[in-house]
Design a binder for this molecule. Sequence first.
Ligand code: ADP
Ligand code: MG
Length: 396
Amino acid sequence: MAKSTVEDIEVKGKRTLLRVDFNVPLDKDTGAITDDSRIRAALPTITYLMEHGARVILCSHLGRPKGKVVEDLRMAPIASRLSELIGLPVGTTGDCIGEEVDKKARDLEDGEILMLENLRFHPEEEANDADFAKKLAELADLYVNDAFGTAHRAHASTVGVARHLPAVAGFLMARELEVMGRLLHEPERPFACLMGGAKVSDKIGLLQSMLTRGDMVLIGGGMAATFLKAQGYEVGRSLVEEDRLSLAGELLRKAEAQQVAIWLPIDAVVAEEIKAGAPTRVVPITGVPSHGQIVDIGPDSVELFQSKLAGCRTVMWNGPMGINEIPEFARGTRSLVSFLAATEATTVIGGGSSAEGVHDMGLTDRMTHVSTGGGASLRFLEGAVLPGVDVLLDKE
Ligand code: ADP
Ligand code: MG
């Protein structure tokens, strides 16, 4: 069921508590914002609300202050960056609840904007404390959630507040739900899922979901080694989850029974050390040396994966094909990202490292959708109902 958005509700004159995900990366020496894309991603909702006369009360978490005030994690620098971006003043507060906040929220005029202090300075936020949620809700007449990235967490600002206020989605949230919802329920076929990343255990839910919804699954990254080993290949010192070997075998059999093709790498880049500049070698998958570790998929696998993906109308990608933090081990991932950027198919990218890889290559705009929520997108694509989405009003 689609969710109501800011466009479905009267916002003029309404004090609107807008939950955003402004958990931006900060330089650890200077505290400067190193990437403001999360702020930019919320601008359509913020400007819509301001232009339609809402009185906007923004709230977000930043970093992991663990329920205490951490000076380096105050929201003020985020508010000033937002102010630069919209060309208007953005007020700030010393806390996210309390007298000062109540007063500033009451004094807001139509079209004005206020940013509350870091929600996670209070342990009650992550605990979804009912009292804390009520205090937050009392600041406003209306609640908008545009923080897809935290929608898989039941926190006071994502779930608790919605018990007290009409709750709708912002544009970013709505777009995430629309694109990924279509992927889950009515993908254009053939529909392929390209998976990688470190561990099978992180991606079991996604794999199972894709085995019932997809037409094929292509597996690279660290998790491929567990599947390869389950098939009897020697994988040397590659990352293998011994306790998932039988599950990997089971998933391979299940895929066969459901006639979902699973493709694994046919060659690999191996190294003996995981560091930049380490010597590497490309070997067929039958020839991984006992002292080597698979660090990337090889060029033949890239070609195989591309030829399979070329026939698809929808591709979902989650998880790098290799240890992509090290440039020498990132070729497989980079080749496939370039391929996805160029294809006509619908391309949806989920997962933190995967999204980062696409951003780093400057190809975000060439994909149909790059999710802003790492963990949230993973949970959503597993088919889970996200608590922060569940509490929003259904569309009439
Ligand atoms: P995402 O954030 O996109 O969901 P994951 O968090 O699951 O992706 O996985 C990303 C991590 O997987 C990266 O840190 C990368 O180094 C690691 N990885 C990928 N391939 C391998 C490999 N062959 N061996 C070990 N680690 C790998
Ligand atoms: Mg990750």
